[in-house]
Design a protein around this ligand. Structure first.
Ligand SMILES: C[S@@+](CC[C@H](N)C(=O)[O-])C[C@H]1O[C@@H](n2cnc3c(N)ncnc32)[C@H](O)[C@@H]1O
Length: 282
C-alpha cells in the first residue's frame, strides 16, 4: 500500500474538521441517493476522512473500506467506527492505480467492489496533474463490471471568493502569483472535463451535474471563516513563515466580510459549487 510520505505534513485534524467544516459530511443527501446502498454492497470510500460520512451509509451495506492519506483522520475513523463491517486505512489515493490490484484482491481486470464513493475529497486527490487520470483509472479497475462510482467534489468556480482573497492576500505579503498557483491544493473541474476524463478511462457516465450550494459556515468561535481558511487553506498559508500566517487569515476574513455576511443575522455563507456524478464500469 502506498502510504503518504512520512516527511509530508498531515494538514488534517478530526477536531478542526468538526469545528470548521462539520457540514461537509452532512450535506450529502443527493450523493447518498445516487449510492443507493444495498445490504449486499461492498463499498470503497475514497478520501473517507474521519468516517462521519461513511457512517451515514454503513448501516445499509455489507462492508466498507475507507481510505484516506491523513493518519489523523484515519485514527479518528478507526476509533469511532471500526467494526467487522468497516475498516479504515491510510492510503494516498493519488496512487490508486498502483493499489488497484491489492485493493481488488481478484485477478487483474476483476474488481471486487460493488461501489466506490467519494465525498469532498477528489478535488484534493486529483490536484496533481500527473496522477489525475491514473487515479480515475484505478477507481475503474477496483470496481466489478457493472459497479458504480458516485462522487461529489468541488466543481469549477467552487469557493471562488476564498481562492481570490487568498491569492490577493498572499501576493500582498510578497508571494509571487505563480508560487500561489503552484501551492494551490485544489482542482475544481467542469462537467465537461470530468465527463471526458471518466469516459477516457472506460466509464459510462450516467449522471453529471454542477450544483450551486451556498453553505453556512459554523458559528464556533474557533471555526467560522477563519477556522475554515486555516484548515482548508493550510497549504496556501504554508508558503509564508509561521508568524505571518494569522495576518493573512485576518486579511482574507476582512476582504470577504461584506460578500459573505447576511445582514439579518450576521451568518456567513461560502460559495460552494459541487460537481456530482455517477459513472458505471460496463
Ligand atoms: C473535506 S475532507 C472529506 C472527508 C469525508 N469524505 C467527508 O465527507 O467528511 C477531505 C479528505 O480528503 C483527504 N485527502 C486529501 N488528499 C488525499 C489523497 N491524496 N489521498 C487520500 N485522501 C486524501 C483528506 O485527508 C481529507 O480527509
Amino acid at each position: 500500500m502506498t502510504s503518504p510520505n512520512p516527511q509530508q505534513k498531515d494538514h488534517w485534524s478530526a477536531e478542526a474538521y468538526s469545528t470548521s467544516a462539520s457540514f461537509v459530511p452532512k450535506l450529502t443527501q443527493t450523493l447518498l441517493r445516487y449510492l443507493d446502498p444495498q445490504p449486499t454492497d461492498r463499498v470503497l470510500d475514497v478520501g473517507c476522512g474521519d468516517g462521519k460520512f461513511t457512517e451515514l451509509f454503513l448501516p445499509s451495506i455489507a462492508y466498507v473500506l475507507g481510505i484516506d492519506s491523513s493518519p489523523a483522520m484515519i485514527d479518528a475513523a478507526n476509533t469511532d467506527y471500526r467494526s467487522a463491517k468497516a475498516e479504515f486505512r491510510v492510503l494516498d489515493c493519488c496512487y490508486l492505480d498502483r493499489e488497484a490490484e491489492g485493493l481488488c484482491g481478484g485477478g487483474v481486470g476483476e474488481g471486487k467492489w460493488d461501489k466506490v464513493i467519494s465525498n469532498a475529497a477528489l478535488h484534493w486527490i486529483l490536484r496533481p496533474e500527473s496522477t489525475r487520470l491514473k487515479t480515475l483509472a484505478g477507481i475503474h479497475a477496483c470496481l466489478k463490471p457493472g459497479g458504480v462510482f458516485v462522487f461529489e467534489m468541488g466543481g469549477h468556480g467552487n469557493v471562488a471568493e476564498v481562492q481570490s482573497a487568498l491569492i490577493y492576500a498572499l501576493v500582498q505579503n510578497g508571494v509571487s502569483v505563480e508560487e500561489v498557483r503552484r501551492v494551490n491544493p485544489w482542482f475544481f473541474p467542469s462537467v465537461e472535463w470530468m465527463t471526458a476524463a471518466l469516459e477516457g478511462v472506460g466509464f459510462t457516465v450516467e449522471r453529471m451535474e454542477i450544483e450551486d450550494r451556498p453553505t453556512k459556515l459554523t458559528a464556533d468561535k474557533n471555526g467560522g471563516l477563519a477556522g475554515w481558511v486555516r484548515l482548508m487553506g493550510a497549504r496556501f498559508l504554508e508558503v509564508l513563515p509561521e508568524e505571518k500566517r494569522e495576518g493573512v487569515v485576518r486579511q482574507v476574513c476582512e476582504v470577504l466580510f461584506t460578500a459573505l455576511t447576511r445582514v439579518e443575522d450576521g451568518s456567513q455563507w461560502l460559495g460552494y459549487r459541487r460537481l456530482r456524478g455517477l459513472a458505471r464500469r460496463v
